[in-house]
Each structure stands twice: as C-alpha cells, then as structure tokens.
Design a protein around this ligand. Structure first.
Ligand code: AP5
Ligand code: MG
Ligand code: ZN
Length: 216
C-alpha cells in the first residue's frame, strides 16, 4: 500500500504513523524527521533546511522532492510506504504522481482533521524522545516518568519549532499551501477524512477502517 497522511501541524500524523506501520509493515517516511536527522548530523542539507524550519516555513520543493525520490527508490519501499508530511504543496503532489506513474499511483490519502484551536495546545505541549523519536504530550500522552521515554529510556526534548510563535506561522503556511491538497485528492477519489479529536487509539482504528481493515 502506498499511503499519504495529510493533516495540519499537530494533527497526529507522526503519532498515528507509529501505530499504522506496526499494523501494515511498511516503512514510515517523514520528511520532517529526515530534515531533523540531517540537522543533528550537521550536513549541508540540514543546514539549508534549518533556515526554513526554524521560521515555520516550507523547505523549497526541489530539495524535498529530491529527498523523497531517493527514499522511495530504496528496496524497503517496494511493498509500499506511508508518507508523513509529504506532499504539502501542489507542485510536490504533482511530482509524486510523476514518481509513481509506473507503479499505479497512490492507494489512499488519509486526512486527519483537527480544529485549529486544539493544535497550538498539542504542539506547545509535545515532547519527543532524543533516542527513538517517540512522540509524547505533557498532558494528553504523558510518559510514565517525567522526561523519560517509556519505550527506550531516552531523554525527552521539545522541538525548536514548537514555540507558540513558530507554530502560528506553521499553521498559516498549512492553510495557504497544504490545505488545497485536500480538494486535489478528493477529486482523484483517494481522500478519506478521519476525525482526529478522539483518543489516539480510536483515531488509529478509524484510519484502519478507511483502509478497509478491522483493528477493533
Ligand atoms: P513536520 O515534522 O512534518 O511537522 P508538521 O507537519 O508541522 O507536523 P507535526 O510533526 O508538528 O505534527 P504531527 O501531525 O506529526 O503531530 P504529532 O503526531 O507529533 O515538518 C516540520 C518542518 O519541516 C516543516 O515546518 C517544514 O519546514 C519542513 N518540512 C517537512 N516536510 C516538508 C515538505 N514536504 N515540504 C517542505 N517542507 C517540509 O502530535 C502532536 C502532539 O499531539 C503530540 O504531543 C501528540 O502526543 C499529541 N497527540 C497526537 N494525537 C493526539 C490525540 N488523538 N489526542 C490528543 N493528543 C494527541
Ligand atoms: Mg510529525
Ligand atoms: Zn525513546
């Protein structure tokens, strides 16, 4: 299955991707995670991407499309993949179509829908594991021990772009550049909208239903 996860910043794309890939046995490909890895390793790509990410702007399409093209050409993507955070502009969506044209295109686009007023609270309260990338929230999904990852014991940190000011920029970039993809994919008959303002596991079950799976 070749799946795209859509949704505004904080909708729960990363959180749901963790659950989806365990059920579907396909790789989770997050452009945001790939950029953050490049930033921590101090590569030229990372330094370039950081200029945009820290301001809540999108990294230019050519850079992002190149990364995805290389990634989905890897052997582990032969049986499908779950894209999280790509595409997020119309040109990126068209580039993806071109990349997949000999493989039958996408199978589904899952749009996690959450009202804007919840997103700022979700993002400013998010914490992530330095070691394994697991996603927590101070109130909605707190680790058992403060600042320690339940899964690997790693230390938790706050993303640099999760400050209130940058979050507001990210949300307006989403409305202007990414929200038009909802209509784009609806017209292609690929879109499934799933309400994201439910407990994490309920959202997972409903995403499964949209894919024709019964995970109850
Ligand atoms: P990226 O890392 O993709 O960030 P984003 O799209 O802003 O999305 P987030 O990761 O912030 O949110 P999420 O939906 O994954 O939510 P999460 O599951 O963590 O991109 C970062 C930056 O990289 C971009 O701003 C851009 O600069 C650049 N970039 C990336 N891709 C690009 C592209 N294609 N083109 C150009 N630039 C690109 O959950 C959020 C919080 O909510 C967590 O605390 C979680 O615990 C909590 N939560 C989750 N689900 C629930 C629930 N059901 N109930 C209550 N709380 C919940
Ligand atoms: Mg994410
Ligand atoms: Zn961890």
């Amino acid at each position: 299955m070749k799946i795209v996860l859509l949704g505004p910043p904080g909708a729960g794309k990363g959180t749901q991707a963790e659950g989806l890939v365990k059920k579907l046995f396909i790789p989770h490909i997050s452009t945001g995670d790939m950029f953050r890895a490049a930033i921590s390793s101090g590569t030229a790509l990372g330094m370039e991407a950081k200029r945009y990410i820290d301001q809540g702007k999108l990294v230019p399409d050519e850079i992002t499309e190149g990364i995805i093209m290389d990634r989905i050409a890897q052997p582990d993507c032969r049986g499908g993949f779950l894209l999280d955070g790509f595409p997020r502009t119309l040109p990126q969506a068209m580039a993806l179509e071109e990349m997949l044209k000999d493989q039958g295109g996408l199978d589904a686009v899952l749009d996690i829908s959450v009202e804007p007023e919840h997103l700022i609270v979700r993002l400013t309260g998010r914490r992530m594991c330095k070691k394994c990338g697991a996603i927590y929230h101070l109130h909605y999904n707190a680790p058992q021990q403060e600042n320690v990852c339940d899964l690997c014991g790693g230390e938790l940190f706050q993303r640099d772009d999760d400050t209130e000011e940058t979050v507001k920029n990210r949300l307006s970039v989403y409305s202007e550049q990414t929200a038009p993809l909802i209509e784009f994919y609806q017209k292609k008959g690929l879109l499934h909208v799933v309400e994201g303002n439910h407990p994490i596991n309920t959202v997972l079950v409903n995403l499964g239903k949209a894919l024709g799976q019964n995970w109850n």
